[in-house]
Design a protein around this ligand. Structure first.
Ligand SMILES: [Zn+2]
Length: 227
């Protein structure tokens, strides 16, 4: 799906991008991301991360599986754990501290089978920030753990908490659905920059609950068979 935004924002972004220059943009990303993350595709259109591509869909799936596996390993090591907790480290995204905190509250009040929790130590996934022509996205570092990248320009164009909650929705297993209405969180940039809904709808909430009830059981089962 084509990226949609207001022409004024578009012109501003173009000027800004022209001023920054691609080389500097990539260099800035390079310093913020794990080395292996820099090799993922760079041929998607400007700010595609919030409005979609086939590559995004497979990245999102791989990311969810990485997080699921990470949580399952912990669960297997501590069978007494009652609730499923996904830990995140936000130390590499200091500008988005309040958005990440809001997104965490939104998700924790919306679903019951999985909880998000901040940690300064080793985490199931991490948040990063910077400039990237691909926009914001969820991906894996290629070594079994996931990260969410938050793009500065995109977070100025769109409601920043919505962007953060949307990307976090990928951690919890939801795919993109850009043709959906603003009332869906996973419609992302589809409904345009005027959409400020930050909450998953009932269908999205029940899908996450289901994924973490059934998906985690399956991931645990797989781990146990390998042993
Ligand atoms: Zn997305």
């Amino acid at each position: 799906m084509k990226f949609t935004r207001t022409s004024r924002a578009s012109a501003k972004a173009s000027r800004r991008l022209a001023a920054i220059g691609l080389g500097v943009t990539l260099a800035a990303v390079g310093s913020a991301l794990p080395a292996s993350a820099q090799t993922t595709g760079s041929t998607t259109p400007l700010r595609a991360g919030y409005t979609g591509s086939a590559e995004e869909a497979s990245n999102n799936k791989a990311f969810f599986e990485a997080v699921l596996d990470s949580v399952a390993r912990k669960q297997a090591a501590n069978p007494g754990l009652q609730s499923v907790t996904v830990y995140y480290n936000a130390s590499q995204a200091p500008s988005f501290r309040s958005q990440i905190s809001s997104s965490t509250s939104i998700w924790n009040s919306s679903v019951s089978n999985v909880k998000l929790q901040a940690t300064s130590g080793s985490a199931d996934f991490s948040y990063y920030e910077g400039n990237d022509s691909r926009g914001s996205y969820a991906s894996t570092n290629g070594h079994g753990s996931g990260y969410i990248f938050l793009d500065y320009a995109q977070n100025r164009q769109y409601d920043s908490v919505r962007v953060t909650a949307h990307e976090t929705g990928h951690v919890l297993g939801l795919p993109d659905h850009y043709s959906g209405p603003c009332s869906e969180l996973m419609s992302g940039g589809g409904p345009g920059t005027s959409c400020t809904n930050r909450y998953p709808n009932a269908t999205e909430r029940s899908r996450v609950n289901q994924l973490w009830a059934n998906g985690l059981a399956k991931a645990l089962d797989k781990l146990n068979k390998v042993r």
